[in-house]
Design a protein around this ligand. Sequence first.
Ligand SMILES: *[C@@H]1O[C@H](CO)[C@@H](O)[C@H](O)[C@H]1NC(C)=O
Ligand SMILES: *[C@@H]1O[C@H](CO)[C@@H](O)[C@H](O)[C@H]1NC(C)=O
Ligand SMILES: *[C@@H]1O[C@H](CO)[C@@H](O)[C@H](O)[C@H]1NC(C)=O
Ligand SMILES: *[C@@H]1O[C@H](CO)[C@@H](O)[C@H](O)[C@H]1NC(C)=O
Ligand SMILES: *[C@@H]1O[C@H](CO)[C@@H](O)[C@H](O)[C@H]1NC(C)=O
Ligand SMILES: *[C@@H]1O[C@H](CO)[C@@H](O)[C@H](O)[C@H]1NC(C)=O
Ligand SMILES: *[C@@H]1O[C@H](CO)[C@@H](O)[C@H](O)[C@H]1NC(C)=O
Ligand SMILES: *[C@@H]1O[C@H](CO)[C@@H](O)[C@H](O)[C@H]1NC(C)=O
Length: 470
Amino acid sequence: MFPSLPSSSFLFPLCLLLFFFLLNHSPPAAADPLYQICGKTGNYTGNNTYASNLNILLTSLDANTSLSGGFFNATVGQTPNQIYGLALCRGDTNASVCRSCLDTAIQDAPNLCPYYKGAIIWYDYCLLHYSNQRFLSTVDTSNEILMYNINNITDPSRFDKLLDVLLSRIADWAAYNSTEMFATGEMMNSTKPPFPTIYGLAQCTRDLSRSQCRQCLQGMLVPRPTLFEGKQGARVLGGTCNYRYEIYSFYEGKPTLRLQSPLETAPSPAPTPTPARRAPPLITPPEKEGKKTNVTGMVLAIALPLLAAFLLISIICICFWRRRKPVVRLPLRKCLTIVLKLGALSVDGTRPEDIASVESLLLDISTLRVATANFAEENKLGEGGFGAVYKGRLPDGREIAVKRLSASSSQGFGELRNELVLVAKLQHRNLVRLLGVCMEEQEKLLVYEYLPNRSLDTILFGIVSSSTKI
Ligand SMILES: *[C@@H]1O[C@H](CO)[C@@H](O)[C@H](O)[C@H]1NC(C)=O
Ligand SMILES: *[C@@H]1O[C@H](CO)[C@@H](O)[C@H](O)[C@H]1NC(C)=O
Ligand SMILES: *[C@@H]1O[C@H](CO)[C@@H](O)[C@H](O)[C@H]1NC(C)=O
Ligand SMILES: *[C@@H]1O[C@H](CO)[C@@H](O)[C@H](O)[C@H]1NC(C)=O
Ligand SMILES: *[C@@H]1O[C@H](CO)[C@@H](O)[C@H](O)[C@H]1NC(C)=O
Ligand SMILES: *[C@@H]1O[C@H](CO)[C@@H](O)[C@H](O)[C@H]1NC(C)=O
Ligand SMILES: *[C@@H]1O[C@H](CO)[C@@H](O)[C@H](O)[C@H]1NC(C)=O
Ligand SMILES: *[C@@H]1O[C@H](CO)[C@@H](O)[C@H](O)[C@H]1NC(C)=O
């Protein structure tokens, strides 16, 4: 059974993916929401004060936001039924685009999050956020949606360097120089070797102070999610700030900032293996000048220190690389709930993107330890090739199954991440649902819905086994 695992556990998801794709393939309307997070602060019933306050709030946001330059916040009602809200349009939209995006948002909200007291709904051109809890003027780090363009970039390390520069400049500008707390920018393409122009955008909600805005963007930019590694474009949508980049222009009008690749003018810092390649030019000049005298000595005098330096650098690099690897590969700083949705399309409707929603941060390691009585033997449901599975109960009563990947597990972070993306794409009522993932300390934990009737091997052996039926 085991040797056949990879193929069987891979074939099946592929079929399902196709199935999903066919189901969802109807092209979305231009103004479909990118994502929504329904509030966790309670529900209201159909016909009460809260409902009517919400109505007043939404009407006010709709009416006033486009008139007040693309941002408006409001508070409606008295304490038990008080409701806070804000609406933000992307800084490059004009009033009519802004208004029409919010019209849609306000129509969608009751259907997307019915009877929820709060919601955050993201669109390409606007953001709508309301809640019964005061959230204005504070940086929101708990609601983050990660989306990426599934196309790969050819030279990720070069791309990353340029992107770092571009995004940090854009974030600075949005925070400190823009009255709208919005900035766009271009990192011009270079010619040697050819490299695409990178386009970026960053924005904060204007209830934040300038330093809060920078802090909000900084939290999303550093470190950049590893899900984005090697991708041509990506965005992080947060409750109070967001950014996006692509290798095509996706915003209206001229960029706020036009940057020239810093790698173009300065001699590019040598990637690790170049010392060997750099050696010949250093040695050849003497030969060209025709001074045959003492060539061997000269070559030795140059080559030996060079060789020593090369060895030293290699050793340092290898050590560094080894030590840094787990840190760099660690996909998520905390334990996160990942929900991926398949088949969303971005602005121009042609670039498929994967969406990862990084929602509640409830699944930290201590919660999971409590839930499973510190991975007690009596909670063990079984043991598989990759590690043991424990039954647990979250504070909110939900029963979970926690797969604890053994420290010696052959699943590296990269493979794990790919499996997570895969399984998260396959959210389906007949599949074991992945609730979260926790990577902290030395632990790699996968948290599933506990389904008493589900055969254990769906969790134990690989992520999705072929025994699960559609
Ligand atoms: C609110 O209602 C939704 C269904 O409309 C339900 O899934 C959710 O659990 C409810 N939340 C609370 C806090 O009652
Ligand atoms: C809400 O309540 C009002 C009276 O308070 C009533 O006229 C209306 O029909 C109710 N609407 C719904 C949807 O229940
Ligand atoms: C916002 O719009 C509402 C209409 O829904 C209006 O009554 C209100 O005065 C407006 N508020 C501001 C500050 O313009
Ligand atoms: C918008 O939020 C700010 C900061 O919280 C607050 O001072 C202001 O009164 C709010 N505006 C409205 C119309 O509620
Ligand atoms: C607003 O922008 C859209 C596209 O960005 C454009 O089609 C429309 O004509 C603009 N409207 C006004 C009033 O400028
Ligand atoms: C991008 O690269 C990953 C592996 O690095 C691969 O699985 C994926 O299919 C590639 N995507 C495209 C669109 O080529
Ligand atoms: C942008 O803001 C920074 C910090 O406030 C300031 O030092 C800089 O001069 C500003 N640049 C422009 C062009 O206004
Ligand atoms: C670089 O930009 C120029 C226009 O500025 C464009 O013509 C060219 O195709 C771009 N090259 C690449 C590789 O994207």
